[in-house]
Design a binder for this molecule. Structure first.
Ligand code: GP9
Ligand code: MN
Length: 687
């Protein structure tokens, strides 16, 4: 009894006891808010453990500052810090409800300058329970006013205060270490703000975000118009004319881009146990109405999917490290496909994706790209059995996308981002309709199963397009975003390809992914031209007959007779129809043999290509890091204002459904849904 009593006395009558009360109440409150107000996608014991613990280290560090002050001041400084931390939490609760993402310095900075500022859009969505964010502050002030907590006016030893701060810093380090172990690249690759929050907490997220913002704005401040001039000069010098025979052949058509997650070219026509793994895609690939590219390479860096998107929408490379879409997507000026098509062809533009909207910073970047609509997971019905890995299973995703697609005014430019064929290639038993391969490499063997599933899902979508007649007005663009089997699986890869060995050169060729343009009436064929993701936009715009003269784009029309056919990899490696480079080794592309002793002339040629590649990459980096497009004003483009876009579900759907556009598929189907025309064998949807 006396022990409890003396503990209570210590809590309420000593300064350290006070710090303990503030810390623990802040900790528990934050944890409850994590669980109830955010959707952090926490899985596994490690993530759960870190989520529980992560409020402590930074809170201890910051609240501990109060200990350095004397007397009553010390108490009030601690309370003020507690209040500031709570306000940050509160603001994020509101922002998250509206935008499914966390506040960032750049958002706060840019929102103040516009009419529809953040404050306005957020008022009105506050719920009473949000004020839970302040409950501890109110409670503690109450206890102080009621004299339950008494001031302890004895000063603490400086050494002791420093010890507490030291402990906090050590805990921060430990937290970081454990987080990095569970998710490598957490801080360098910037996947998703919610990852930072779930692993490191709200306060560390604030520090991280401020740091990133400072870094990017410094680079931007240094850049000026003359940087743009050197980029323009380079592009002019290297310009190749698009193939006039294809100019405008798809003018006015809808464009549906199907993002084939982690899908490699080798899967096309690949057979396992005598069965085609991807029969639907094979059929498309060989169709006489499909322009297929057999030597098309992914060119992504650490930003993976987001780098692929950056290249496809902008013909700009991802960055050497991190994700350009995450780091620059919120603030940079872009001249992207959706904005160009909306301005020049009256296109409605949309992205649909069965995963979290904040992943790769999509819900900010798409506004800068000028996408009218972005429908992420929150727009879809989600049940545990619908979901695997990073999002809804593709069949479920497509089946639920129909109700949105059919409402889009035509012509539309739509991107569908699939996700089931994603590492670690898990699929529930019911959906496995092909055996795993038998290389014995666990991460590899499921790949054919998820690829097969993706292919079936595509088949279901194509069937619906045919049934509704949408196929006759649409050009389909299918592409694989990056490898599915990384360079760490040489043995299994050799087995899959039925080769004796798998060299670094084989791994470079393994970076090929499909690219197909399919449209009724299109003069197709399988093209051998070497190209990469950077080239898709110029090729597409030529097919659509869109004018983008002197655009800051680093790719070329793949159909051009003069296509340079030098395919850069983000790390400076390259491949051309004749030569390739991996690390410091050159190869003969035809034979795959190493070029061991090139003569002086060949050497010069190889170094020349290599320099060209690095120049191109670094100029593209300058465009992004310097935000150079803000200085560029081509006649055919009006700058995008991100504040014109709102992905709030309720508002967006209201706009979509109230649009009486006679051009939507729904309207043309006698204002009836076409959902019944979508046939799926998804076991989850069986009655
Ligand atoms: C998540 C998905 C995956 O939304 O696009 O991205 P990745 O891990 O492939 O870069
Ligand atoms: Mn991907």
């Amino acid at each position: 009894m006396t022990r409890t009593k003396s503990f209570l006395r210590w809590l309420t009558e000593s300064k350290l006891g006070f710090l303990t009360i503030v810390l623990i109440t802040f900790w528990l409150k934050t944890y409850v808010i994590y669980l109830t107000k955010f959707n952090l996608g926490v899985v596994g014991p490690m993530q759960n453990f870190l989520l529980f613990l992560n409020p402590v280290p930074t809170a201890l560090l910051l609240l501990g500052i109060g200990l350095f002050f004397k007397g009553r001041k010390s108490y009030w400084i601690i309370i003020i810090i507690d209040l500031l931390l709570s306000t940050w939490l509160f603001a994020n609760i509101l922002y998250y409800r509206e935008f499914s993402n966390f506040l960032s310095v750049s958002i706060i900075k840019t929102s103040g300058s516009t009419a529809d500022n953040l404050g306005k859009s957020i008022v009105g969505i506050t719920r009473p329970t949000d004020f839970l964010a302040f409950i501890d502050v109110v409670l503690i002030i109450g206890l102080m006013v009621g004299k339950v907590i008494k001031y302890d006016l004895r000063p603490l030893k400086l050494k002791f205060n420093l010890l507490i701060e030291g402990l906090a810093i050590a805990l921060i380090g430990l937290n970081l270490l454990m987080a990095q172990k569970d998710r490598s690249g957490l801080l360098t690759r910037t996947f998703d703000n919610s990852y930072i929050v779930k692993y490191l907490g709200m306060n560390q997220y604030a520090v991280y975000d401020s740091f990133k913002t400072a870094q990017t704005s410094e680079q931007m401040a240094k850049a000026n118009v003359s940087d743009l001039h050197s980029v323009k000069k380079y592009l002019k010098l290297n310009y190749v004319k698009p193939n006039a025979a294809y100019t405008g052949v798809a003018k006015g058509k809808n464009v549906i881009i199907i993002h084939l997650e982690s899908f490699q070219q080798f899967l096309i026509d690949y057979k396992w146990q005598g069965k085609e793994v991807t029969p639907n895609l094979n059929k498309l690939y060989h169709s006489k109405h499909t322009l297929s590219f057999a030597n098309f390479y992914n060119q992504v860096g650490q930003g993976k999917t987001s780098d692929a998107e950056m290249m496809l929408e902008n013909s700009l490379y991802g960055l050497q490290s991190g994700s350009a879409m995450s780091s620059y997507g919120t603030t940079n000026t872009f001249e992207s496909a959706p904005a160009i098509l909306s301005q020049q062809g009256g296109y409605t533009t949309a992205v649909m994706h069965g995963g979290a909207g904040s992943f790769w910073n999509r819900n900010n970047a798409y506004k800068q790209f000028g996408y009218d609509y972005f429908m992420p997971l929150s727009y879809y019905e989600n049940k545990p059995k619908y979901y695997i890995g990073y999002g809804l299973k593709d069949k479920i995703f497509f089946s639920q996308s129909i109700k949105y697609i059919e409402r889009l005014p035509q012509p539309f430019y739509l991107k569908l981002i699939t996700v089931t064929n994603h590492y670690p290639y898990d699929l529930d038993k019911k959906n496995q309709t092909i055996d795993p391969t038998d290389t014995g490499d666990e991460t590899v063997d499921g790949y054919v199963q998820t690829a097969h599933y993706l292919d079936q899902a595509i088949g279901e979508l194509l069937h619906w397009m045919k049934k509704t007649g949408l196929d006759r007005h649409t050009m389909l663009v299918l592409y694989g975003d990056h490898y599915g089997i990384s360079g760490n699986h040489h043995k299994a890869s050799a087995e899959l390809l039925k080769q004796d060995e798998f060299t670094n050169f084989d791994n470079l060729k393994f970076q090929r992914v499909p690219l197909m343009f399919h449209m009724t009436g299109l003069k197709g064929g399988i093209k051998k031209t070497y190209g990469g993701e950077i080239d898709v936009l110029p090729t597409l715009l030529n097919l659509l007959g869109v004018n983008d003269q002197n655009a800051i784009q680093f790719g070329h029309d793949l159909l051009s007779k003069k296509a340079p056919q030098i395919v850069a990899q983000r790390n400076g490696d390259f491949i051309t129809p004749k030569y390739a480079k991996v690390g410091s080794t050159y190869y003969d592309t035809k034979t795959g043999a190493e070029i061991l002793a090139p003569d002086a002339k060949l050497k010069e040629q190889l170094v020349g290509i290599s320099n060209k590649v690095t120049t191109q990459l670094s100029l593209s980096d300058r465009v992004i890091a310097g935000n150079l497009l803000r200085f560029y004003h081509p006649k055919w483009f009006k700058k995008v204002n991100s504040h014109d876009y709102d992905y709030n579900e309720e508002k967006a759907l209201k706009k979509l459904y109230s649009s009486r556009e006679k051009t939507s598929l729904w309207y043309q189907n006698h204002r009836k849904t076409t959902q019944k025309k979508f046939k799926t064998d998804a076991p989850e949807l069986e009655k």
